[in-house]
Design a protein around this ligand. Structure first.
Ligand code: BG6
Ligand code: MG
Length: 220
């Protein structure tokens, strides 16, 4: 077994589902009668579904009952599902498949560590479900990112100490969760936004050749 393992966030690292979350949340905001912009949508990245609704309602300064909240959570997810059930392998982000191939070649195990309750469905849609050694998703955690729980469960699935786990994340909350777990954090996206990450790349194609070999040498 290798001395390092990898934990991948899903949305924004392996697939670009933020656009579908945006369309579904925007439809709800339209129904409630306020504007929801792409920059508002940034605030929801990496955040759980329930927390996302709270942030959205704050943006619109809307107060609704708990029952209505439950109804809106269901209808938002139904809209979101109408998009993701049409996804296919062409929606895998650049560099992701190549990276998984490289990890396989190096015999480095990898698991998923996502806040999404739809993660298994999305992975099946894009044909990557069977490649992961384990899946930790929004159904398996009680505390959302930036709490490290999701990644600590991932480390257990890998059978590795947290400090030997490498996390790929596109959200501030996710980088914070990885750092809180004492893992090696890699920010994918804007380096300024993700300035707490140990390493930064604009996307997965930018990962230098030999990156994991170097980490392995350090960890032996
Ligand atoms: C995260 C996304 O991966 O999953 C968030 O970045 C989303 O935007 C969260 O709110 C929960 O997703 P889902 O699929 O359970 O509604
Ligand atoms: Mg993400």
């Amino acid at each position: 077994m290798n001395t390092i393992g990898v934990i991948f966030d899903l949305d924004g690292v392996i697939v670009d589902t933020a656009k579908y979350h945006f369309l579904a949340w925007k439809k709800l905001a339209d129904t409630l009668g306020f504007e929801f912009t792409e920059s508002h949508n940034e605030l929801l990245k990496g955040v759980s579904r329930v927390r996302s609704l709270e942030i959205l309602l704050d943006i619109g300064k809307v107060h609704i009952s708990d029952n209505e909240k439950q109804e809106y959570l269901i209808s938002k997810n139904e809209d979101y599902l109408s998009y993701i059930t049409k996804m296919g392998p062409e929606e895998i982000l650049p560099g992701a498949s190549n990276l998984l191939d490289n990890l396989d070649a190096l015999r480095i195990d990898y698991v998923l560590g996502s806040a999404s309750k739809n993660a298994p469905l999305i992975l099946k849609q894009v044909g990557l479900y069977n490649r992961f050694k384990g899946i930790v998703d929004g159904n398996s955690v009680s505390k959302a990112k930036p709490d490290p729980e999701v990644f600590l469960i991932g480390a257990k699935k890998l059978g590795l100490k947290p400090q030997n786990c490498v996390v790929f994340e596109d959200a501030i909350a996710g980088v914070e969760a990885a750092n809180a777990a004492k893992m090696i954090s890699i920010g994918i996206g804007d380096a300024q936004t993700l300035n707490r990450a140990h390493y930064n790349f604009n996307d997965l194609t930018e990962l230098p050749e030999g990156f994991f070999q170097e980490l392995l040498t350090e960890k032996v």
